[in-house]
Design a protein around this ligand. Structure first.
Ligand code: ATP
Ligand code: MG
Length: 568
């Protein structure tokens, strides 16, 4: 077992593909695809599917994975979504090479397939309204009724289908249906609709079509046309598999991709349905699809998550058929792991409290050496300026400290990281409010670098920034978007909005960061010492404005949870 395997969870699909290869199926080929519908942005659930499909293709020699847009519904699909999906798959680290496809590239072929089925007595044009079709369909316990148009001659259906295509009929007036079995226990087999009339232009085919294939009629045929060997999809498609097989058998395409279903990713405190995410965007609960609180890949990218951490997470959760709910702190754990290795350390004060060192020269600025990343000796050191006035974190001082508070308090000595030991000698207060507005201190010049020559110890090391040299910054702190651990539990369809976390974003407008952060390009990631991982916001940071997103805190709640779970 390699190191990588140790962290890799079971994946039953890998086992199936291995068996197929051993049995000599598909001429030893593995061809998978990721088939998004371009009706929203990709989210972390899609990342699971992307990692699985591209991952399996990469694992087997000669394997390949296609990116296919299942763009059969022009009403909800947009060019913006297509662009974002391509960008997100690339960002995650995957490459479809020349294998970029669209279901809409096959509209002509699919139409031919439809005509073939009509000629074989396997499809017919039906004039029932949508409502009637629903009423005729029956229920899980009752068989459906046959449409009065079911035995219409093939010639008549062919003629009507062509006229539907030519635009002679209004939306909803007719559909093309498969002629299968109105008594089938599987509702998907009760003469499902194959084509509907939609006088809506399509992002790719423009006004060329006014009839569009249903997803179920397009999907399996696209797989077959592209030569997909393993069609991996989520469990809700299990009941559609007989229909996909029926189409392929009756079309005699000669190809039958093997469809394997797996469980969707569900994550605590997170909604992963495009319909719900669209509502969050449209109703202004978030600032957009790439709001750093969104579970979308674009939101996570903006928040500072790395593709490596998302891939490591997907590897770790594995692939199974059983539905489950993954703790969001597992994802955060992988983000933290990756950033701990790679993010440079800097000092930033989120809630500044001014401190003046009374025995430090007025005009002196010392350049002190600070370590960029203790995890990476190659990352080197940088200079941070120290001067008579500096800021510390408001919560690092207490006027009347309780027993276990070891940070700064009147009369107490602490270490300033990379600088000196300082002792608090006085407190300045706002006379009206009683609020502490400034601290007075003395420093011990012999402790430069942070250690006392006489060996005396202090119990706390604080981060700080020079008041004279610090830069102003805005910092946005994020927390879970949903208060409920399982937002879909007891879901009646709509009311996930009532459990949104009102404190999911807290903006701190007046923070101070060390001057080395000047000009940090959008999307740069850092560890703010003692605070967490942060990155410059890619939309709002500019040459004269620094805006940071908190990616994740330093505290590892996952370690706590797994320890708790390991206890007998
Ligand atoms: P939604 O139900 O949120 O609208 P979808 O499944 O309809 O999402 P698609 O664009 O059809 O969205 O998804 C593309 C692929 O990603 C599909 O193969 C789908 O099975 C897979 N996928 C979607 N959501 C998840 C998830 N939560 N976990 C794993 N795979 C997913
Ligand atoms: Mg779907």
């Amino acid at each position: 077992m390699t190191d990588k395997d140790a962290d890799r969870a079971p994946n039953f699909i890998r086992d199936i593909i291995r068996e197929d290869l051993l049995a000599g199926k598909n001429q030893g080929m593995v061809v998978t695809r990721f088939p998004p519908e371009p009706n929203g942005y990709l989210h972390i659930g899609h990342a699971k599917s992307i990692c699985l499909n591209f991952g399996m293709a990469a694992e087997f020699p000669g394997g390949r994975c296609h990116l296919r847009f299942d763009d059969t519904n022009p009403v909800k699909e947009e060019e913006e979504y297509i662009r974002s999906i391509r960008q997100d798959v690339r960002w995650l680290g995957f490459d479809w090479g020349e294998h970029l496809y669209h279901a809409s590239d096959r509209f002509e072929k699919l139409f031919e397939f439809a005509e073939r089925l009509i000629r074989r007595g396997k499809a017919y044009v039906c004039d029932l309204s949508a409502e009637e079709i629903r009423a005729y369909r029956g229920t899980l316990t009752e068989p459906g009724r046959e449409s009065p148009y079911r035995d219409r001659p093939a010639e008549e259906s062919l003629d009507l289908l062509r006229r539907m295509r030519a635009g002679e009929f209004p939306d909803g007036s007719r559909v093309l249906r498969a002629r299968i079995d109105m008594a089938s226990p599987n509702l998907n087999m009760r003469d499902p609709v194959m084509y509907r009339i939609l006088h809506t232009p399509h992002p790719r085919t423009g006004n060329r079509w006014c009839i569009y294939p249903m997803y179920d009629f397009a999907h399996g045929q696209c797989d077959a046309i592209e030569g997909i060997t393993h069609s991996l999809c989520t469990l809700e498609f299990e009941d559609h598999r007989p229909l996909y097989d029926w189409f392929l058998d009756n079309l005699e395409t000669g190809r039958r991709p093997r469809q394997i279903e797996f469980a969707r990713l569900n994550m605590t405190h997170t909604v992963l349905s495009k319909r719900k995410l669209l509502r969050l965007v449209n109703e202004g609960h978030v600032t957009g699809w790439d709001d750093p609180r969104m579970p979308t890949l674009s939101g996570m990218r903006r928040r500072g998550y790395t593709p490596e951490s998302i891939r490591a997470f997907c590897d770790r959760i594995g692939v199974a058929r059983r539905d489950n709910l993954v703790d969001i702190s597992l994802l955060e754990y992988y983000v933290r792991e990756d950033l701990n290795r790679t993010a440079p350390r800097v000092m930033a004060v989120l809630a500044p409290l001014r401190v003046v060192i009374e025995n430090y020269p007025e005009d002196l600025v010392e350049e002190l050496d600070a370590v960029n990343n203790p995890e990476d000796p190659g990352a080197g050191t940088r200079k941070v300026p120290f001067s008579r006035e500096f800021f510390i974190e408001r919560e690092d001082f207490m006027e009347e400290p309780p027993k276990k508070f070891f940070r700064l308090a009147p009369g107490r000595e602490v270490r300033l990281r990379y600088a000196y030991l300082v002792t608090c000698t006085g407190v300045v207060k706002d006379l009206a409010t009683g609020e502490v507005t400034e601290l007075r201190c003395t420093y011990d010049p012999a402790t430069r670098g942070g250690d006392a020559p006489d060996g005396r110890k202090v119990k706390a090391t604080l981060h700080w920034v020079s008041a004279a040299r610090a830069l102003r910054a805005e910092v946005r702190l994020y927390d879970h978007l949903c208060l409920k651990e399982d937002p879909s539990a007891g879901d009646d369809g709509g009311d996930f909005l009532s459990n949104l976390n009102p404190a999911s974003r807290v903006t701190l407008a007046d923070c101070r960061v060390e001057p080395s952060l000047a000009g940090a390009p959008p999307g740069s990631r850092f560890q703010f010492e003692r605070q967490g991982y942060f990155c410059t916001d890619s939309r709002d940071t500019s040459a004269d404005r620094l805006v940071f997103n908190r990616t994740v805190t330093l505290k590892d709640s996952w370690a706590r949870i797994s320890k708790r779970e390991q206890k007998p």
